[in-house]
Design a protein. Structure first.
Length: 575
């Protein structure tokens, strides 16, 4: 039994060792030696002639040197705004943009910023600060009710507040070196995730247009994925800020002095100007024993060169920098001056130049916008509201709804009422005549206002028509010209009414002078004015008659030419 127990393990060990290319005899000898009883070992030793000695050799190799982390650098791609086109690579120290993410450091910085942002203005008055009498409300005993002191007690309405909030400072402290480390950790976190986009130029747009900025953001989402971007600039970019304000997203742009660690971690990505990034890194490196980033002359990029070439950009930027109360008044004249500059520039370009048509269309559209703003300032009614009203009603009816016209009508009705009151009192002929002259002046002012509004409306349609004709949309151009002709007809009618009213005033002036017995230069001057106005009215009547005759002649020519053309067509068909 003992031999059976031992033979199986030996055979198994022998088989396993044979697979390792060990000699069978050596295995059996070792196994027998292990199974034999222990014997005394000889003191003398001799080296076996068959023993193979494996030489131990060491190969010498050069040890790789490890660069300290403080001396390592990383590459960052520099882009161009707004296309985000990559321009070049730039090296930054690894301890600025490649730090490991430390959530504890970031948490401490965010809490520190939040604590110092809290105002702590909640404050209530205690019973000692509330104004009121110190008389005891009721006796201490005998009323059957709870004891109560004066009316400043916290238990009464209007009394003090017990344990209410008081003015306090929620600000906490954080070591400057820890805060600097948090700044660079936040930037490193964005850099590692590919969400830190460094641009070489100033992040300013061509004009404060919300539509333009929306298209830019849509393009960024196609390149970088969905989500909003934080725009960090070196200084204020007024056109960009104005466009974001129109989009209700004014918090998306901050200068490098306004941004915080929390802002860097908030949105989906950070687009930062290279100069602003360098300012931030230079400001937050006090925790480094050997700062590797050296200060250099930072290019402020106040006026981007790629935008300076756009005619009118500097004017638009100056307009955006003006106070909000002055912008609306300055906008129409600025649009008109820029439109004239662009039209003059387009006229200098050859006809085959691709920018000639774009600049011309832009000039006409700017002129259109200028006339629309002038129309709103002159009448008090916006152009959009006017276009909605004019579709269903005539110009005379719409003109009565102008806020400026309504103001004049109110003044006129007030003076009419005063004349009615004076007519009941004897001896007030002089005051009545004065009020009547003021009413006539208001009527003339109203006609002039409506005439100027018709002129502005006609110019808006004409500029629109020119822009459509340049863009080869002739149908829209013809439609706008038809609207312009209607406005011109109303303009001529109001001009005729103004001349008639002026003639009446001049004739009344002559009669007054003759009645007063005046003679000489003053009377002669008044008569010449009447003659001049009469000639102008006669010229306008003749012009109207000529236009009517011309229209009839055109109709006759068309009626005559039509059968002639039909006869020619019949002859050609026979041939």
């Amino acid at each position: 039994m003992a031999s059976m127990r031992l033979s199986a393990p030996v055979r198994g060990v022998t088989y396993q060792l044979s697979r390792l290319s060990i000699r069978q005899d050596a295995v059996s000898a070792r196994c027998n030696k292990c199974l034999s009883p222990p014997s005394a070992r000889s003191v003398t030793t001799s080296s076996s002639s068959q023993a193979s000695i494996t030489p131990i050799t060491t190969s010498a190799f050069d040890a790789t040197s490890v660069t300290p982390f403080e001396e390592q650098t990383v590459l960052a791609t520099i882009h161009r705004f707004p296309s985000l086109e990559p321009l070049r690579f730039e090296t930054y120290p690894a301890n600025h943009l490649y730090l490991p993410t430390r959530k504890d450091i970031l948490h401490r910085a965010v809490v520190y910023e939040g604590d110092n942002t809290r105002l702590g203005t909640a404050h209530t008055k205690t019973r000692h600060e509330v104004r009121g009498s110190a008389r005891k409300i009721r006796p201490q005993k005998g009323s059957g009710r709870a004891r109560l002191g004066d009316k400043k007690s916290p238990m009464l309405r209007g009394g003090g507040v017990a344990f209410g909030p008081r003015y306090r400072d929620f600000g906490t402290e954080l070591p400057k070196k820890v805060y600097d480390l948090a700044w660079r950790t936040a930037l490193s976190y964005r850099y590692r995730k590919g969400e830190l986009i460094i641009v070489d130029n100033a992040m300013e747009i061509e004009s404060p247009s919300a539509r333009l900025l929306k298209d830019i953001f849509k393009y960024h989402e196609k390149l970088r994925g969905r989500g909003r971007s934080l725009l960090v600039t070196l200084e204020e970019r007024p056109l960009l800020e104005e466009a974001l304000y129109q989009m209700d997203r004014a918090e998306q742009t901050l200068t490098w002095e306004e941004v915080d660690v929390k802002d860097l971690l908030g949105l989906s990505r950070v687009i930062i100007e290279r100069s602003a990034l360098r300012k931030i890194l230079l400001t937050h490196q006090e925790d480094l024993s050997y700062p590797t980033l050296e200060a250099e002359a930072v290019n402020n990029l106040r006026y981007p060169t790629e935008l300076e070439s756009i005619i009118g950009w500097s004017e638009f930027r100056d307009l955006a920098l003006k106070p909000e109360s002055e912008r609306d008044a300055a906008r129409p004249s600025l649009y008109e001056s820029v439109a004239i500059k662009r039209h003059e520039y387009a006229s200098t370009l050859p006809e085959s130049h691709p920018r000639r048509m774009d600049e011309t269309i832009s000039a006409f559209m700017l002129l259109t916008s200028a006339r629309e703003l002038q129309f709103a300032q002159h009448t008090g009614l916006s152009w959009d509201a006017y276009t909605l009203l004019i579709k269903d009603e005539g110009f005379d009816t719409v003109a009565e709804r102008f806020p400026r016209i309504q103001e004049l009508e109110y003044q006129r009705s007030t003076k009419d009422a005063q004349i009615g009151d004076l007519s009941e009192v004897a001896g007030q002929e002089k005051e009545t005549a004065t009020l009547q002259s003021e009413i006539d002046a208001l009527d003339l002012q109203k006609l002039k206002l409506v005439k100027h509004a018709a002129l502005l409306a006609a110019q808006v349609h004409e500029h629109h028509a020119e822009a459509h004709r340049m863009a080869s949309t002739d149908e829209l151009a013809d439609e706008q010209m038809g609207l312009a002709s209607m406005e011109r007809e109303a303009l001529d009618a109001f001009e005729y009414q103004i001349l008639e009213l002026k003639l009446q005033h001049a004739q009344q002036r002559v009669e007054d002078l003759e009645r007063a017995g005046k003679s000489g230069e003053k009377l002669e001057k008044a008569r010449k004015k009447v003659e001049g106005l009469d000639r102008r009215l006669e010229a306008m009547r003749e012009k109207e008659v000529e236009e009517v005759d011309g229209d009839e002649l055109v109709e006759e020519v068309v009626n005559v030419e039509t059968p002639v053309k039909e006869e020619v067509r019949r002859v050609e068909e026979k041939r």
